[in-house]
Design a protein around this ligand. Structure first.
Ligand code: ATP
Ligand code: MG
Length: 256
């Protein structure tokens, strides 16, 4: 049984249909990538799934429960955590304080109590260690360089102890060395059994990590399949070659 299922999900902003009738399902333990040109509707889809912005129509099921009407914090507490395309953090707070927010507020159960804070602290420290941030707990989030900010955002999501992660462009803004480190980190997280749904333009990363890829264009599905098949699909090549400008040559399947 899929852990996440989208059935005919659409999202309209006024007259603009950003996500159009998308249906797909993610199996437990899978690393599933969503690719598509700028403005294809990828982040809008994540916003619908994570409850940041309600879908206009369609059904979204997480662990066989309909979640399309729920608020973001409710969906988070069901075990579905996300990161954002721009690295968001409480910049004036320490790394540890940031991750504690995920551990204390983003999880199932009651609002934090003293006992709960203890548990939250353990989860925060575990998440920081997994993300290679164990030595930076006292650093202010605002002072971190980009890769560390991305690690921090991932650690904050992991401190929620989710069963599934949505990652919006985890490789955006990273240089090739940093990308290799991020591939390593996501591999480690995936090996813990985590289901990962990842939006990504960097094809080398998609190829290295994804079990399956969903390609969308103008909010609609172009194709779904394993990387070996999808990246050779002429329709996919056309979508990317037609968008070389905004996406850059790096994003083309030919470069993968
Ligand atoms: N809150 C909003 N209000 C109105 N239009 C929006 C809003 N958010 C996104 N859009 C529009 O919806 C379309 C899809 O945007 P979205 O951000 O989902 O694309 P994307 O695939 O994530 O693109 P990118 O690769 O640039 O991140 C775009 O035309 C965008 O301008
Ligand atoms: Mg986006």
């Amino acid at each position: 049984m899929p852990i996440l299922e989208c059935q005919k999900v659409s999202k309209a902003y006024g007259g603009l249909l950003a996500v159009s009738d998308l249906s797909f399902a993610v199996e437990p333990g899978e690393v599933y990538a969503i690719v598509g040109p700028n403005g294809a509707g990828k982040t809008s889809l994540f916003d619908c799934i994570s409850g940041v912005n309600a879908a206009t129509s369609g059904v979204i099921k997480f662990k066989d429960r309909e979640i399309q009407g729920l608020r973001a914090h409710q969906i988070g507490r069901l075990g579905l955590a996300r990161t954002f395309q721009t690295t968001v953090a409480f910049d004036s707070q320490t790394v540890l304080a940031n991750v504690l927010v995920g551990g204390a507020f983003g999880r199932e159960g009651e609002y934090p109590t003293l006992w709960f804070k203890h548990q939250a602290q353990d989860d925060a420290l575990d998440a920081l260690a997994l993300c290679g941030m164990g030595g930076q707990q006292r650093t202010l989030a605002g002072q971190l360089p980009v890769l560390a900010r991305k690690r921090l955002m991932l650690a904050t999501a992991l401190a929620m102890r989710p069963q599934m992660l949505l990652l919006d462009e985890p490789f955006g803004g990273l240089n090739p060395v940093e990308r290799a480190q991020m591939i390593e980190l996501i591999r480690i997280v995936a090996k813990t059994g985590m289901t990962i749904l990842m939006i990504e333009h960097v094809m080398k990363a998609v190829q290295a990590l994804a079990d399956r890829i969903l390609v969308i264009h103008h909010g609609q599905q172009i194709t779904i399949g394993p990387p070996s098949k999808v990246l050779r699909d002429p329709r996919v090549v056309e979508v990317y070659l037609g968008n070389l400008g905004p996406m850059g040559p790096e994003a083309t399947p030919a470069d993968a």
